[in-house]
Design a protein around this ligand. Structure first.
Ligand code: ME8
Length: 637
């Protein structure tokens, strides 16, 4: 990508169609989709390519095992990948399949050119071959007789192949990597490639005998051979643009970011640039190497280990945007990391249900209750400046992280701003302003600012969660806005009328008891109609508790630590009622406590029980109280 002319081309690996899409494939695709959407939003002419890799021995064998012809087989699986990306809200510009004519003709012409230029020769090859990785391997790479990534050992092969004089370009490649520090990212992988290049890399076998592997693109000067799958697949990145003279090629090559997993580093960092250079084609701008997602057994998520998570199922359970958010937020790009439904539910509840979803619903409640649903003109004060500056600076902060491919940090910037909005909301106490006739002007300002902050968040989080951000706008009657509009506070129309009803955007997810059973649900109910039996009710013990001491939990705005006398027993309960009561007002009151609730730690304090309180639609809250004369400890039935 060139920053001066703002063009951005981004690609994923083209996936093998011997496997159905799993969360590992989804990871690279969602990261790429995020980057494409981000750059599109940030004013770049953007082109996003993905697709499927459909030739070679592995696919041929898989089709045979499935008992169908190879083309039918590849058609089916290629569609599954396409459907998965659609289900995850991935917005692609083109979907390349290596069995398409537009691709095959580029592959033939490309190798013919290298052949004509003297860079191809024929020789006998003898060695060990990994069918899983579709490449020859050396003894040095094997652990217990096989590649660690493979389930089967390599096979012995002796055959005639055509070779590309790759070794000849090794000095050039070293020089190119050394003089382009951003060419391979993160730096650890750049160093790994430089280490590979310190020793001879040999020449690259680019063909297979047709009688052994019939499923490939014919070598144009020798029809008894077909292209090796990698000498076919890598060219997708230019064939899709109409290389050598298509308009898209002229517009987008070579300003491309290739997103890959570390399993295919050597092919992209060594084979691909030397191929391009030999053909006189400028090399790609950046290679961005992602780590592995591991399954619940700690190993790389892959079909051969049987530890994959299905993106369709996850999207069904959590919705596609929470899955996207989780993949983008959880791991720094380039690192390995474990993923699962427990982690997803946790991340979802913390960032989306608690921080973002609650803020939206609290703001809506007060706008509907305190402002009759219509936003008023703000009168900003010094107390608002810090929030405004943070909002106006969010685009620049996120952009810096995205350009450095720290997507997790970019999202964290947005979430920090959401947390700042929550703190602002809590410290301004708009629910009190709503009860005070002289507070109307301030109430209007505070709620305007919260909505404006949410507008900025919904604009800049859109590349991560396109559908949910649209739903936030719908819930607040906000129009679509572009990235640049977030740099000046005030994009929200003053007379905006907020709709009375809106879907609950991020209902809390139940923590997954097992890796698969998580579901974002509202409060759990006993039967489908919400009733519970007398026996179930009888399990809950309500008791009268007298408040003997109360204090604000340090560094929170909402939590009070209450010391309660329940009969002879003293206990501590942490309760989220600080917005509604001064601690000293509670001392001496007799409240109702759920006495047999399992203890929970809140902000490091063990809370034993829960206080009953009523909350109405305007956010008004009152504790349930007993008149004087009731002794503490009395049972409530
Ligand atoms: O290699 N964690 O296709 P492929 C993270 N056809 N990413 C993962 C992953 C995991 N557990 N599992 C898969 C091929 N991926 C070739 C590519 S490109 C010209 C040809 C992702 O179906 C990751 O991006 O085996 C990895 O590089 C890619 O899927 C491999 O997909």
């Amino acid at each position: 990508m060139s920053t001066d002319d703002k063009r951005f081309y981004i690609t994923t690996p083209i996936y093998y169609v011997n496997d159905k899409p799993h969360l590992g494939h989804a990871y690279t695709t969602v990261v790429s989709d995020f980057l494409a959407r981000w750059h599109r939003g940030d004013g770049f002419a953007t082109y996003f390519l993905t697709g499927t890799d459909e030739h070679g021995e592995k696919i041929w064998e898989a089709a045979q095992a499935a008992g169908v012809d190879a083309q039918t087989f590849t058609d089916q699986i290629s569609h599954r990948f396409r459907d998965a990306w659609q289900r995850l809200g991935v917005q692609i510009d083109d979907y390349i399949r290596t069995t398409e004519d537009r691709h095959k003709s580029v592959v033939s012409a490309f190798w013919q050119q290298l052949h004509d230029g003297g860079d191809i020769y024929k020789a006998e090859y003898e060695g060990l071959y990994s069918i899983g990785q579709e490449r020859f391997v050396t003894e040095k790479e094997l652990v217990d007789g096989k590649l660690p990534i493979d389930s089967d050992p390599p096979v012995h092969r002796k055959e005639e192949n055509y070779f590309f004089r790759m070794e000849k370009y090794r000095p050039w490649l070293i020089e190119h990597i050394e003089s382009h520090p951003d060419f391979i990212h993160p730096a650890g992988f750049r160093n790994e490639v430089l280490a590979i290049l310190r020793e001879p890399i040999g020449d690259l076998s680019i063909s297979r005998p047709r009688d052994r592997v019939p499923w490939g693109i014919p070598i144009p000067w020798d029809k008894d051979h077909v292209t090796y799958v990698w000498s076919d697949a890598l060219l997708n990145y230019i064939s899709a643009l109409g290389y050598p003279d298509g308009d898209l090629y002229g517009q987008f090559w070579p300003g491309v970011w290739h997103m890959i997993g570390k399993d295919i580093l050597r092919q992209h960092a060594v084979f691909w640039p030397t191929m391009l250079h030999a053909a006189g084609v400028p090399v790609f701008e950046r290679l961005l190497v992602g780590g592995y997602l591991s399954g619940d057994d700690g190993r790389k998520m892959s079909k051969s280990f049987g530890n994959v998570l299905d993106p369709f199922e996850l999207a069904e359970t959590f919705g596609e945007d929470p899955v996207r958010y989780y993949l983008l937020r959880e791991l720094p790009y380039g690192n390995d990391g474990g993923v699962g439904t427990t982690g997803l539910a946790k991340r979802y509840n913390a960032d989306l249900a608690n921080d973002l979803g609650n803020l939206l619903s609290r703001a809506r409640k007060l706008i509907l209750g305190g402002l009759k649903g219509v936003l008023a003109a703000p009168v900003q004060t010094d107390a608002d400046r810090e929030l405004i500056a943070a909002g106006e600076g969010l685009l620049a902060a996120m952009r810096a992280q995205v350009r450095a491919v720290r997507i997790d940090s970019a999202l964290e910037e947005a979430l920090q701003f959401v947390r700042a909005l929550n703190r602002y909301f809590d410290s301004e106490e708009p629910w009190k302003l709503a009860r005070d006739p002289s507070g109307a002007k301030r109430l209007g300002t505070v709620l305007y600012n919260v909505v404006e902050g949410l507008r900025i968040v919904a604009t800049l989080l859109e590349p991560a969660m396109p559908a949910k951000c649209q739903a936030i706008r719908t819930a607040l009657a906000l129009p679509d806005s572009d990235f640049l509009s977030t740099q000046s506070w005030g994009g929200t129309q003053v007379d905006t009328e907020v709709p009375k009803k809106a879907e609950q955007l991020f209902p809390r997810a139940q923590a997954a008891p097992a890796e698969s059973a998580a579901a974002p649900k509202e409060e759990a109910v006993g039967e489908s109609d919400g009733t519970i039996s007398i026996d179930e009710f009888a399990k809950v013990q309500f008791r009268v508790a007298e408040v003997t001491a109360a204090e604000l939990v340090p560094k929170t705005d909402r939590l009070l630590k209450l010391t309660l006398q329940v009969g002879d027993e003293e206990r501590t309960v942490v309760s989220g009622i600080a917005e509604h009561y001064q601690p000293e007002d509670l001392v001496g009151r007799r409240l109702v406590v759920v006495a047999n609730l399992a203890p929970a730690k809140l902000r490091g304090i063990e809370s034993r029980g829960m206080i009953l309180a009523a909350e109405d639609d305007d956010g008004k809250l009152a504790v349930v109280e007993l008149p004087e004369g009731f002794t503490s400890g009395a049972v409530v039935r």
